[in-house]
Design a protein around this ligand. Structure first.
Ligand code: ADP
Length: 404
């Protein structure tokens, strides 16, 4: 019987940061990437767009101070010049904060914009950029359905015991102060893929997934659902990250303000941009650079790696409390997918849970390769699973469009 290939279902995926815009056109049928790129330094002196299409990399310089709207305009021209709008069925927006209101992806209409605007008070920088991306895309792709996919949605299954802070209850009821968690699309995707790899239904799987990129978070997944996660009201909480501190003693605020005269903005910068691997190493936020320096004898680079791994291992062990039993620990994100050094270190610290690292499999699972990296016949398993948030966004958008 001749097989017919499915109709292309191309989705333009937009991920707007405060000064950057990641984009890709993905075929929702198979995750195939048609074009992808990054606009950066938006609103600054020398913004630019870099993109990859048909194997070639190109850079377009934007005029000084051009920001999201102009970058999207340039992107639209690019798409039209290459006839890439032909099979576009939707635009999928990664939205960082959906508050408690959004528990799944939705078609964007006026109510949704109002909901995102409301949730934006919880993450002003990201929220503002997300809304800018949505309004620019709506203006450029008139009539094309726009879908919002929330980074927080996967974690909306957490119980109040996991998401409430021990603060005056009114801060939650009146202002929504609670743990929301981020990287939900990634944790959801790698959990599903790991269940496939282990040949077991995700609804009957207990996983701990460690998304380790520039931002890092760990999620406890029980029977396929998020039951706890390390990021909180904002992405600053939890384990050590590239430039973010992760958890600290909140008493530090008083110390910094009274002893060192910091204001709120300076504290925010310190914790978000000057801490983490960068803060400890005083060298870089980039894990590769730190690993190379540590091997060459840089003491603070070694210390940064040791603290990163120790805090990560401690967080993973803590999630045995909600899970009680574990099928697999999943590593993903740029560090999780590539750093055999960090994976081995963390697995060794967790040997008391039954983990054992297979060194050859650990070395093989790099540069986009998935695989089981724990020794044969040991449990729980340790798995490397490349993430693909763009595909999840494209799939959600395509499924919503199907229902229209
Ligand atoms: P983002 O959160 O911006 O999407 P990524 O998921 O791309 O970030 O992760 C970036 C991190 O991955 C950086 O710290 C980078 O050094 C690290 N990384 C990438 N490749 C390697 C490698 N081969 N070894 C160690 N770390 C790596």
């Amino acid at each position: 019987m001749p097989t017919t290939s499915p109709e292309p279902q191309h989705v333009l995926v937009l991920n707007c940061g405060s000064s950057s815009l990641k984009f890709a056109i993905i075929d929702a049928n198979d995750g195939h990437e048609i074009i992808s790129g990054l606009a950066e330094r938006l609103g600054d002196k020398a913004p630019s767009i870099k993109y990859k299409f048909n194997g070639a990399k190109t850079v377009i310089d934007l005029a000084a101070n051009q920001a999201h709207a102009e970058a999207i305009n340039t992107l639209v021209n690019l798409i039209k010049d290459h006839n890439l709008d032909e099979h576009l069925i939707a635009v999928g927006h990664r939205v960082v904060h959906g508050g408690e209101h959004f528990t799944k992806s939705v078609l964007i209409d006026e109510d949704v914009i109002n909901g995102i605007t409301k949730a934006s008070s919880l993450a002003p920088l990201h929220g503002h950029a997300n809304l800018l991306g949505i309004s620019s895309a709506q203006a450029s792709f008139i009539g094309l359905p726009q879908v919002a996919v929330f980074d927080t949605a996967f974690h909306q299954t957490m119980d109040e015991v996991a998401y409430l802070y021990a603060l005056p209850y009114k801060l939650y009821t009146d202002y929504g102060v609670r743990r929301y968690g981020m990287h939900g699309t990634s944790h959801y995707y790698v959990a599903g893929q790991t269940a496939k790899l282990l040949n077991q239904p995700v609804e009957k799987s207990n996983f701990i997934s460690a998304h380790l990129g520039n931002g890092c978070s760990v999620t406890a997944i029980k029977n396929g659902k998020s039951v706890d996660t390390s990021m909180g009201l904002t992405p600053l909480a939890g384990i050590v990250m590239g430039t973010r501190s992760g958890d600290i003693d909140p008493g530090l605020f008083n110390f910094l303000t009274t002893q060192l005269s910091y204001n709120a903005q300076q504290i925010d910068n310190l914790l978000n941009q000057e801490s983490g691997l960068l803060g400890i190493s005083e060298l870089s936020n980039d894990c590769r650079t730190i690993e190379e320096a540590a091997v060459a004898g840089h003491k603070q680079a070694r210390l940064a790696l040791d603290i990163f791994c120790y805090r990560l291992a401690k967080q993973i062990a803590a999630y045995m409390v909600p899970l009680q039993c574990l099928d697999a620990l999943i590593f993903t994100g740029g560090i999780g997918e590539n750093s055999d050094i960090i994976r081995e270190n963390v697995i060794n610290q967790l040997a008391f849970l039954g983990f054992s690292c297979n060194q050859k499999s650990n070395l093989d699972a790099r540069f986009g390769n998935q695989g089981i990296i724990s020794s044969a016949n040991t449990s729980p398993k340790a798995v490397v699973m490349p993430t693909n948030e763009e595909w999840v966004i494209a799939l959600d958008a395509a499924n919503i469009v199907k229902e229209l």
